[in-house]
Design a protein around this ligand. Sequence first.
Ligand SMILES: *[C@@H]1O[C@H](CO)[C@@H](O)[C@H](O)[C@H]1NC(C)=O
Ligand SMILES: *[C@@H]1O[C@H](CO)[C@@H](O)[C@H](O)[C@H]1NC(C)=O
Ligand SMILES: *[C@@H]1O[C@H](CO)[C@@H](O)[C@H](O)[C@H]1NC(C)=O
Ligand SMILES: *[C@@H]1O[C@H](CO)[C@@H](O)[C@H](O)[C@H]1NC(C)=O
Ligand SMILES: *[C@@H]1O[C@H](CO)[C@@H](O)[C@H](O)[C@H]1NC(C)=O
Ligand SMILES: *[C@@H]1O[C@H](CO)[C@@H](O)[C@H](O)[C@H]1NC(C)=O
Ligand SMILES: [Zn+2]
Length: 507
Amino acid sequence: MRRFQLLLGALGLSNVVDAASTLLSGGTIIAWDDNENYLRIIQNGSVLVTNDRIAAVNSKPLPSNLPSGTTVVDISNQILSPGFIDTHRHGWQTVFKTIASNTSLTEYFNRYGEYFSADKFTADDVYISQLAGIYEAVNGGVTTILDHASHTWSASTSYAGLNASVDSGARVFWAFTFHNITSLNYTAEDQFPLFREMAENKKALLGNSAAEIGIAYDYWGSNPDINEAQTVADLAKEFNVSVVTTHSLAGPWAFSNLPSQVQRFDLLDGSIPVVFSHSSFITADDLQLLRSTNQYISITAESEMQYGHGHPHSYYAQDQAALGIDTHFTYSSDILTQARMWLQSARHYFYNQVLENWNVPTYNPMSVNQAFLLATRSGGLALRRPDLGVIKVGAKADLVVWDAENSPSMLGWEDPVAAIILHANIGDILHVLIDGKFVKKDKKVVNSDYPTIRKNFLQAAKKIQKIWKEIPYPTYEGIFASGYSYGTPQAVDVQRGSGTGFGTQFL
Ligand SMILES: *[C@@H]1O[C@H](CO)[C@@H](O)[C@H](O)[C@H]1NC(C)=O
Ligand SMILES: *[C@@H]1O[C@H](CO)[C@@H](O)[C@H](O)[C@H]1NC(C)=O
Ligand SMILES: *[C@@H]1O[C@H](CO)[C@@H](O)[C@H](O)[C@H]1NC(C)=O
Ligand SMILES: *[C@@H]1O[C@H](CO)[C@@H](O)[C@H](O)[C@H]1NC(C)=O
Ligand SMILES: *[C@@H]1O[C@H](CO)[C@@H](O)[C@H](O)[C@H]1NC(C)=O
Ligand SMILES: *[C@@H]1O[C@H](CO)[C@@H](O)[C@H](O)[C@H]1NC(C)=O
Ligand SMILES: [Zn+2]
């Protein structure tokens, strides 16, 4: 193996400090420069990690005066980037993998969502589905996840999802969801004391893991239960939660939860970050409110395209946006893919404005650097964590090493940002560190229990998928809950003639 490790301390190169230090040595570093407020590329440099943070970013591969006992990991000819930040996911859904490849959002609500699934999952199903899903994300270079944890269907399913998030080793902002689960007679009111119990025991529950506790709530507007919504807002403040998040769709979907509606409960001006997922039909005024309060939207590019959310104005909100995944059982689970899809869809959108006037586009409207920032630093800012998504002194050591030396698809790279955003795939990820600890090493998940986790996950997935296969698909007539009519899109047929068309899913 080309990679080597040695103990510099044993060679007498340093003394002092008994903290755990690792030097990622050599390679091209995509660092962050606070003075320039921009990315800074360092060739053949090194990053010193001490405990959970970045202690030094060096222009030399092997600086002098390293702390004693520093482990040196050779990453020469590789690329070192910050870990990706996913600002919207529902981790519990991993067991649905591939069974909804053709789903639309209306079908999702009626067949895969939190209300429909509530009485069909055990706490063990939630635990293993959440855990396997987080490993999937980590394997793809995602180091921080804002989990809109809509599996809060009982005390045991709630604890199961939080425990899996803690056990995963990833930086999961686990956002407890308040919702009325009619099928189980389990209301938001029943959930308040449970949340309180979890938040009060936060120290014991989270231990020294990278996990955090937040709140998710989807009933701020347009016609809220004022008392319920105010209770949620008050709990967020009482426990100073790490994040509040909401699904904001608006348009014909309703589920508005627009920033101005949330602001009626006085949440946007404080120190708590509030993340508005999708924000497909955000208004110009609402976007200005986000700018003035510095709160963010989460664009889930692939989800919004697959489901048919639309995003008529999201292209203009990119200065106040980060990227997310959403329901990863129906599509990619990694933020690199989101960044690439979003970049190309933004290019398509802005080019079209020129083409619609029968003009010929000159310059390219969006750069790879901007896609990279959305996938990394913007996620940190959305969570009000300037120490996430960047490589700089004092930042959390959440890092990804890309096998830029050996990857056939990256061969010939010069610009490391373009190499990642447009050429790499997650199979090129060599190592992932979270809080300074390796969670993926030499392309393998670091956890001796992972084979058992896979086995238990497959059992749960088989069980859940069997239940779902027996459930008839819904049909749609008349109007959606928002009061707007259903409409049927033109179906694509890639073969001429009749009888093949859409086909069935291979389930
Ligand atoms: C990196 O720097 C070291 C020492 O400064 C040098 O020996 C090595 O050849 C350099 N590597 C590359 C790829 O430039
Ligand atoms: C969650 O973890 C705690 C320990 O932190 C344990 O007491 C509890 O039984 C676990 N609950 C579930 C549902 O896994
Ligand atoms: C639902 O729970 C409440 C108490 O939380 C109880 O008063 C009510 O009878 C229950 N309803 C049903 C249908 O079980
Ligand atoms: C949830 O149910 C309670 C009644 O148990 C009701 O008062 C409340 O308004 C409901 N909340 C929402 C958002 O519908
Ligand atoms: C809430 O926690 C954040 C850190 O997560 C801290 O900066 C802020 O001061 C706290 N706010 C209150 C009101 O305690
Ligand atoms: C997905 O495919 C199934 C059959 O495989 C079909 O019954 C269902 O209506 C399809 N859903 C959508 C949203 O097209
Ligand atoms: Zn969602």
